[in-house]
Structure formats: structure tokens, C-alpha cells
Design a protein around this ligand. Sequence first.
Ligand SMILES: *Cc1c(COP(=O)(O)O)cnc(C)c1O
Length: 371
Amino acid sequence: MKSAVKYKVPQSEPFVGKEELHNLKKVIKNKWLTEGPFSLEFLEIVKKFTGAKYAVLANNGTLALFLGMLSFGIKEGDEVIVPDFTFCASASSIAFTGAKPVFVDIDGGNLNIDVKKIEKTITKKTKAIMPVHIYGQSADMDPIVKLAKKYHLRIIEDAAESYGVFYKGKHTGTIGDIGVISFFADKSVTSGEGAVILTNDSLLHDKLKYLRNQGRLQSGNFIHPYLGMNFRMTDLQCAVGVAQLKKFEKIKKSRLNIYKTYRSFLKNAPGLSFMEESHYSNFIPFRVVIRVKNLDKLIHHLEDNGIQTRGVFYPLHQQPCFSYLGYHAGDFPVTNKVRSEGLCLPVFPSLAKSQIEYLCEKIIEHTKKIN
Ligand SMILES: *Cc1c(COP(=O)(O)O)cnc(C)c1O
């Protein structure tokens, strides 16, 4: 395998520098490494920006989703609905409670859960729906909220990739009962590892606070009213996170500019299409997803030319780890098609225009040859 540094165009690179370093030095000087002043500031900024009433930290998006499941009381025998097209963690957070993840096909345009296909998967065992705001665009939440009301279901939004993404004016992750934003190294804003769980429900907030901190509210107190675990972050991570959140407008602008450049350079590439934009959501590209014919050949062509490639998500129903669920490929025509045609293009802020130009030139060479 080629190492990322050797690529002329890598897939992702965090946008970190002197602001992050400055904050990190402060933490070292303070000698307070666990959750502290930066953790509080990090949460405050996220709360203010998203409009969520309550927010708690978690050590990463995967465990934050799992924590959300625990706060709902999801357990063996329950079912939770999730799109078939997402990062594996969305579904593994369900499976780890003992509950069964139930997959739903997606919309071929915006690649989010196909809301028309949700209702027929609801059974007596269904306890929650987990929409995922994929690649930086919101799922269509109104129909999901309606279904949740009708069948008394919880909603946990996987907003791991959608910091700064709003659905009809509401920040993703604040529409359902709980929302999870990830700050992993390749997300739009990062703390290395880390996550925030949003909720407007004070009871859920209380549960989350106990569950994440060993079943008590205050560290240093050895009386534990409930059973809990350690889902905490560190002030080192939050110091990086605070610096990132403060330059979010810059990050957003840069990602959108790169996206615009791709659209203009690839506008006439034969047989190539982009992930569609939805009218009810803004779009902050987590990746730019294109669809092409003969994807395997394109991947070889790009890798041979020093460009690091990344396919789109692998449908959950085909994941070896979920083979026990017994799904068939024919049940999910859209995710299978998207997987066979979809490619992620990099959109990190330090990507140079010359790199984008070079990448687009190589893509056009391919599309001209096969069309
Ligand atoms: C990144 C991601 C996660 C997991 O977040 P981590 O912080 O990496 O654990 C979950 N769901 C989606 C859709 C993601 O992109």
C-alpha cells in the first residue's frame, strides 16, 4: 500500500495549525488534561451554534451513538431502523445493545434514507429510527418525525458528518430526540477523536450525563447512583476542537469553493454525475460524491497517477458482520447501484487548485475513453 504522504492528491488532511497548537500549549501549562475549561468552551460553542438546549461530550461518534441507544433503553429484542448506506458504526452502535438493525434503501439522488420506504419496515419491536445525514447534507426529517409520532418511536440522528448542516433552519441533530456529531480527524471540524451528543430533552440529558461518567455527575465522588461507563473526552482534544470551531466559517467557505471548482471543471465530463442537492438542506461537502461508469477502471487510472481514491460506503446488508441478518442484495437496488458507481473526491481546505485541476484532468481522460 502507498502511504498517504506519497500521493500527489491525498483523500483527506486535517486543517490544523497555529491556533490548535496555541490552545494545546495552554492545556499543558494548566496541567489539567481531562475535561476542563476547553471542554466547557467546546460544548458552549456547539450549543450556541446548533441551538441545542443540552449537549454532552463523548469520546467518539461511534460510542456517542451507542450511548444514545443506552439512554433510550434499547436492548435485545428491539429493532432500530437505519439506512443501508452509511458508515458501519451507525448500525454497530445498534447491534452492540443486542437490538437488531433494520436497513432501509436510500434515495439515489441525495443518497439519504428513502423516507417512503421506512413505514413498511416498522414492526411491533421497532423502538427508534436513526436517520444519517450523509456526506454533509440533511436527510428529509419531516416525514421521519411524522412516522415517529405515529408509531411512538425515538429518533437518534447520526449527524456525524453534518456539523453546520441545517434542515429547514434547524441544525441537524437537534430535530430528533438525540443527535450525534463526530469530530474524527477526517470530519469537517475535528478534535482528532471526539463527539458531541445533542438533545432538547432534560430527562435524556440527565441519563446521558450519568451514563457517560461512571453513573455519577461529579468526578472525584466515589458514590455511583447508577451504572455507567467512561465516555469522556480530554481537554487536549477539546483545545483542538475549540480552535477548529472558531475557524469553521473559513473551513466551510473553503469546502464549498472546492465543490464549486469540481462542478465547473467536470461539468462536461461525459456520463458523470454529482450527488444531488436537496432544497430543504444546505450542503457542506464532507466528500464530493460523483457517479461514473466503469468505476474500477477509473480507480486504477487515478491511483496509477498518484491520486488517493476512496469508494463510497459499502451497503450494510452486504457487510460480512451483518450477514446474520439474512438480507438479500435484491432488497436494496439503490445502495448496490450507488456503491458500484460512486467515488468520493477530496474536499479538505488545504487542497490546492492545481491538485483539483490535475485530478479533474485525470477523471476527464477516463470518461472520454469509455463514453
Ligand atoms: C464518522 C462517522 C461515524 C463515527 O464517528 P467516529 O467519531 O469516527 O466514531 C458514524 N457515522 C457516520 C455517518 C460517520 O461518518
